[in-house]
Structures are given as structure tokens and as C-alpha cells.
Design a protein around this ligand. Sequence first.
Ligand SMILES: Nc1nc2c(c(=O)[nH]1)N[C@H]1C(S)=C(S)[C@@H](COP(=O)(O)OP(=O)(O)OC[C@H]3O[C@@H](n4cnc5c(=O)[nH]c(N)nc54)[C@H](O)[C@@H]3O)O[C@H]1N2
Ligand SMILES: Nc1nc2c(c(=O)[nH]1)N[C@H]1C(S)=C(S)[C@@H](COP(=O)(O)OP(=O)(O)OC[C@H]3O[C@@H](n4cnc5c(=O)[nH]c(N)nc54)[C@H](O)[C@@H]3O)O[C@H]1N2
Ligand SMILES: [Mo]
Length: 823
Amino acid sequence: MRTEVDRIAEPWGERTPYGRGAPWPVRVDSYLEPGVTAGDVDAWVPTASVLHSNGDAMDVAVARGRIVGVRGSARDRVNHGRLGPKDLFGWQANRSEDRLTTPLVRRGGRLEPCDWDTAMARIVDRGKDLLEAYGPGSIGFYTSGQLFLEEYYTLAVIARAGIGTHHIDGNTRLCTATAAEALKETFGCDGQPASYTDVDHADVLALFGHNMAETQPVLWMRVLDRLAGPEPPRLVCVDPRPTQVARHATVHLAPRPGTNVALLNALLHEIIRTDRIDRDFIDAHTVGFDELAERVADCTPEWAAGLCDVPAGAIAEAAEILGDARRLLSTVLQGVYQSHQATAAAVQVNNLQLIRGMLGRPGCGVLQMNGQPSAQNTRECGADGDLPGFRNWENDAHVADLARVWNVEATDIPSHTAPTPAMQIFRYAEQGSIRMLWISGTNPAVSLPELERVRGILRRDGLFTVVQDLYLTETARFADVVLPAATWAEKTGTLTNADRTVHLSERAVEPPGDARPDLDIWLEYARWMDFRDRDGRPLVGWHDPESAFEAWKECSRGRPCDYTGLTYDRLRATGGIQWPCTDEAPDGTERLYTDGVAWAAPDDCETYGRDLVTGASVSETEYRALNPHGRAVLKAAEYLPPHEATNDEYPLQLTTGRTLYHFHTRTKTGRSPQLRAAAPDVWVETSAAEARRHGVAEGDLVEVTSPRGSVRGRLRITGIRDGLVFLPFHYGYWDTPRGDGPGEDGGRAANETTVTDWDPVSKQPLFKTGVARLTLVERADGAVSPAPTTTASAPADPGAAPPTTGGPAAVALQSAGEGGERS
Ligand SMILES: Nc1nc2c(c(=O)[nH]1)N[C@H]1C(S)=C(S)[C@@H](COP(=O)(O)OP(=O)(O)OC[C@H]3O[C@@H](n4cnc5c(=O)[nH]c(N)nc54)[C@H](O)[C@@H]3O)O[C@H]1N2
Ligand SMILES: Nc1nc2c(c(=O)[nH]1)N[C@H]1C(S)=C(S)[C@@H](COP(=O)(O)OP(=O)(O)OC[C@H]3O[C@@H](n4cnc5c(=O)[nH]c(N)nc54)[C@H](O)[C@@H]3O)O[C@H]1N2
Ligand SMILES: [Mo]
């Protein structure tokens, strides 16, 4: 059956219900631009989405050398054909008229076009001068969670063994550093235990600070289809906003932001108090239960109710559902990771799974979610603060093993101190010890906290910045050299989603002008720098995506993220495959830890861990004593209040986040007409009671001011908890007259208001726990708030705003059951 659906008005499309343990029915979603029919398409080229971490597999339609649409991949394990609104419409950004087509260099204060040799010579000359005068610590790399595995691996080799700096991190620090850290603290090693197929089996789903409906819409379709079928799962939602997840929940807890640890400790308390624990599992697979039980002994629902401002009865009810679950799947994302006790809270979710013995079986597990499409690869390949292959930088044997793979001396790989997290890289740039910063695939002039400070750093005379992007972003405008990158569908490479599924994304069209794949840029740089291994051979011995992938496979051999059973041809033939994929597990691995925890032994683990409250490192000796047999560690944490408290001057809490239709700083979704129109500008969300208290109404232009700065937007009144303001963080300045920062009509980017502060364990910045005041700028006088009505920002009074629709331009095709059911 084929139906046409306005996928802006109906983001999740129609239901294909299924029951517990049954296969998720196929539904193929597709969109071709107006005037193009399937008969016009010359080729369908396989890839996966890069506008979230879900890994929706799709084919790009190519006609006469141009992308003209997309179609979901029916065979793929991740999406069974479905696509979300960003998947359907986001590709149009590739074709935008304002793509960068040549390198730019700064001459006399202005960025001017030049050829590649001129740009590369500038970078190489400056880098060599700095290396000679100040050493490798004067150079830093800040990369992304949106490139391909082959690119990160190449960059990691160049930075660590070529330059020899440990100032290399990804924007994954803002994103899923806490996911990685929480997995390391509990399981000794990064690596997602669960699988999306656990949604098919679970009888209880618990979402902690995760607006899955908007941020992984295809995974949410899977949940909606279970909810519509026989034996639906029960949903527990912990989120201060009235998200679609909250609307479908059996229990919705809307805590005061920054109180996750208090709430989780109370849930653990109740489960232990009512003896709903799995003693055998705890004894066989964990250490630390007694300390955990002691830590939460006084954390009653009544105690947490006061801190979280949630009824004690609702906490007890949630604990009962979690405690009675027979197949419990929990997910965690930014409502936890971007809070002040990020790792401490994320680890308590791991603890909840473990004390209930909910691990390594169908329907049982935890998804410490990723956000970006290839954040997993940034972490695996060591383009963030980790060594490649989840090796432990504090373990000499691991460093020596990496040196063997790269054929360099172990002493050539910087591992004498902890790797530098992104916020510290920017601090060094501010202080002047980092003098060259190479930024790729990220837009810190909009996405880092406290933007006035960030702009000041990027503007510094003593800092030479290289920015590698598709567009002249806010960040690129501050650069000394801008390099035009080719992107998704214009280059080939692999990417791994949040449940370890690896996809091959193939080049479908030529990049515009002189734009080049990030891989080619770094390979070229390595040639210019002439990096050598210890036998005098080129350090980077590969020349294209497939040879880079083969090199990475050797680096991953025998490691938890083992890719040795994968090839480009296998990925082409099969679609997505989950790592580890080896000779012993040739079809990949659905769940980790089906037979106990595997990588936590002192000689194997990726880290010896940290104190969850202070962030202080645990020493190797302490870890050996704590966990000699390599079990899962149940780590306890006491609750601490958020770093900023409301006061007379700033009486409101402030949180920031996402909407369904936009991706980050909108460089792609802001250039896709349907997505742009669905949420055209920044808005401000409060509750009706808060609006009344402030004497403001729906559609009024208001200003949100924090101790750092302010943002102006039109008010949307929603069911958000009282005392809380929400700002979407997508809206920067590239499409405003000034282009790089606030103009006369005030700030637009949420990060004008956020604070330079981070979780002590994962070093992830706090985007979700600020304070602010709200003032009226101008009455609505007929103007409406640009907030969508289909999402968490739906108006409390349904008649208060016209419904968000896409009209004929947003009609996509849905073919249910086509291609048969996937087993
Ligand atoms: N549409 C869309 N999808 C995306 C992205 C995008 O930009 N747009 N980006 C991708 C990326 S990189 C990421 S990291 C993910 C992020 O995906 P999510 O984490 O789902 O998105 P956020 O909106 O950042 O935050 C989730 C929720 O945290 C809640 N929250 C705030 N404070 C607290 C708190 O103290 N406790 C709890 N429990 N909850 C709180 C907010 O109300 C919000 O609904 O999305 C990915 N998918
Ligand atoms: N206030 C607030 N701030 C936040 C968050 C929040 O919730 N609230 N969330 C944080 C999170 S989770 C994240 S992930 C970050 C995201 O923050 P950013 O990474 O800064 O956001 P993007 O807009 O995705 O920037 C990616 C850039 O890479 C470019 N690009 C895309 N594809 C390619 C490619 O193939 N090659 C190259 N070279 N460039 C490419 C894009 O044009 C874009 O400029 O924001 C963080 N900041
Ligand atoms: Mo993210």
C-alpha cells in the first residue's frame, strides 16, 4: 500500500503495529523533488543518514549528476525502510548555492579565494615554524562527530604520531563524552551493550533526558509501532518538558533540571528496599553493591521529591514499573549528559540495569546514546581524548601495542598526561599556549558555551585557525585559512551508529568546485609534512577510503571494537552490520556482555576510572584491588545541587536543546526549504503560570538574560514545568546581516547565555542547567511564535498557534510492506 503523507505535519508517518518479539514490519519512505519521477533516476547510491546518531540507511537518487531525492533502505536492520523528516529533506543543503568551492586565505584582514597549494603552504609553513619554536603542544585539533571513520583515524595518526600533540578532541566532548565515560566507569570500556532490536522485546522502556521522538525519530517510530501493537511496553519518561515521549509515557517525571542523581538514587533505593534485585546476577557479575546500597539507603522518594519537585508517589510508581520489568531497556541522552553531575547520573542508570540483572538478553540493556552520526567512530579511532581502539593511555602495554601498529616508538605517542579535553583546548588557545587550531566539521562559534568568550578566542591575533567546512560558517569567518570540504554523498567512507551498526556511505555525486573530501585533505597534509614511521616509510601508508579502512581494521584487531570481519564489499552486499565483526562472529554482534562483562579486567580496561563526584583519577593499584576479576563496577554517587542556583536577579532555570526539524547550527537544515520553514527562527518556551507571573503572552517578543548574555525570541507557552525556560540552540548568525555574531536586534544563539563549566568526570559542558531572567521587549501585536506545534513545543492551548504543516512541498511517499517483511 502506498500513501502520500505531509512529513512536516506528520513527522512519524503512519503506524505499522507489531507485537513483542515479532519482526518490525517494513515501511519504505521516499521523497523525490517535484517534477522528478523514479523513471528519471539514473542511480540509487547507498548511504546512511548524517543528521543524527540513528544510522537510518537510505539510497540517494541521482539524476544527471545531481541528487534529486532519497529512499529508505528496506533491508537494513536499523530502519526497515523508514526515514525521518531530516533524512527526507536535509540532502538539499548539499546543492546550496553558497557552498564553499575554493580555499580561502586571510590577506590584509579579508578572506580571499586561492588554490589548494597556496592554502596548504600557509598551513604547513605555520605549523613547521611553531613546531620548531614551541613544540607539538602549540598545535591543536578540534574535530567532529560527523565525518567518516577513515577520516578520524587518519587525523588521529597525524596528530598523535605525526605532530605528537595530545591536544586533539572532537565536538563529541559536547555530545557523548559522558556516554563513553559512563560505559568506561561501569564496564571498564566504551562500547554500547544493547541493540535497537531490544525495542522489539522490551516490556518496559525508560528514557532519561532523551527526547527520542525528535532526536531519533525512526527509533521512536519503532517504539510507536510497539505501542500500537499487542502486548505494548510501558514507558517511563524523565524529562522536564512535555515531549512526545512524555505524552506517551505510563509515568512521566518532570524533575527540576539538575536533579537526575537525586531522582535515580531514589529509584535505586526503592528497588533495593522492595527487594526487586537480581542477587545471582549481582554476585556473579558486579562489584560494589554494598557501597551502592549504603549510599542510597536514605534516598527515599520523599527525600527526592523535595529536591526534584516531583511527587513522591510518582517516583515510587516509576520504581515499581522498573522493578517489575522482565525485559527493561533504558536510554540516556543530553538531559543527563549536559547536566552538572552527568557521568554520576548516567552511571546510576547502568547500576539500575545491573542490580536488576537486565543485561545481555533480548529486550534487556542500556543505550548510553550517541547524538552525532559518527560520534562512535571519533571515539574508536582516537580523534577525541581516547587512544585508538579503546586502548588505555595509562597502560604501557596498550601504548606499546599501538606503537607496534603504527610502527613508531612508544615514546612518540604522547601519553604522559591525560589527553586534553575540548574546553581545555580552547582555554589554552585563550591563554596563548596553543597557537594553531585546526577545526574540522564543527561550528564552535555557535555550539560552544559562552559565545562572547569563544568569539574573543577565535579573533585572537596569536591564534592561527584553519576551518574545514562546507559553508562560510560563523566560525569560518574568524579563520586564517578556510578549506572547502566535500561531504556526505560526495565522498566515500564508513560510519557507526549508536547501536554499533557500521554502514558504508558511497560517493553519489561530484563535490562542488574544488571542494575535497576531508580524508584527501589530511592525506595531502601528511604528504606535505612528510611524516615517517620508524623505518623511514610514510607514517600514513594509505591513499583512499578503502585502504584507510583496511589500516583501521588492523588497529582494531583483538580490541572490543573489532572490525576485522568487515569489508567494503560485505557492507555493500548486506547493509548495516554491528561490530565486533570477526572470523568468529562474521555476521556481527547484536548484544555485548551476553556472557558477563568482557573488558573490565585491569590489564584490558580502557580506564581505571574516576571518582564520580570529584572527577579525581583512580590509580591502577586501586583499580586492581577494587576489580581484580574484571566485573561490572557499581559506582555510587551522592547528589550535589546544580552549580548555579536561581536568585532574585535570575529567578528562572534555563535549559537548551533541540527541535525535530533542525540539526545543530542549521548549516544543513537551514538550507532545506521544508525544514527551514517548519521552525524558521528562535523562540522562548515557558509555562502559562510563568508567563502570567511575568506579564507576557504567547507571541510576545521577550529577552532571556543570563549572567553571560541574552537572547531575544517570541514566546511559546507550553506544558513545560514552572520555573523553567527553554531555548532551542540551533539559531546562529550565518543568515543574519552580520554573519558571525549578534547584531543590533540582540542575541539569537542560546549559547550567548550558557556557562563555561563542565562535568568533572567526562568534561562535558553544562548546556542544561543555567539560570536566567525573562523580560518583555515588545507585545505580539499579531506576530506568532515560530515554534513548531507538532513537538515538545506544542502550545498548551492548541488554538494559540496555527498548526505546523509542510504543504505539497513536504509530501513524501510511504510504501508499507513493500519488499516483504524483514526477519
Ligand atoms: N532533530 C534533531 N535530532 C538530533 C539532533 C539535532 O540537532 N536535531 N542532534 C543529534 C545529537 S548530536 C544529539 S547529542 C542528540 C540529542 O538528543 P536529546 O538528548 O534527545 O536532545 P536535547 O533536546 O538536547 O535534550 C533532551 C531532553 O533533555 C531534557 N532535559 C533538560 N534538562 C534535564 C534534566 O535536568 N534532567 C532530565 N532528565 N532531562 C533534562 C530536555 O527537556 C530535552 O527534552 O540528538 C541527535 N539528533
Ligand atoms: N546550548 C547548547 N549547545 C549545544 C548543545 C545543546 O544541547 N545546547 N548540544 C551540543 C552537542 S550535543 C553537539 S553534538 C554540538 C554540535 O555542534 P557543532 O558540531 O558545532 O554543530 P554543527 O552545526 O553540526 O556543525 C558541524 C559543521 O560541520 C560542517 N560539516 C558537515 N559535514 C561536513 C563534512 O563532511 N566535512 C566537513 N569538513 N564539514 C562538515 C557543517 O557545515 C557544520 O558547520 O553542539 C553542542 N552545543
Ligand atoms: Mo550531540
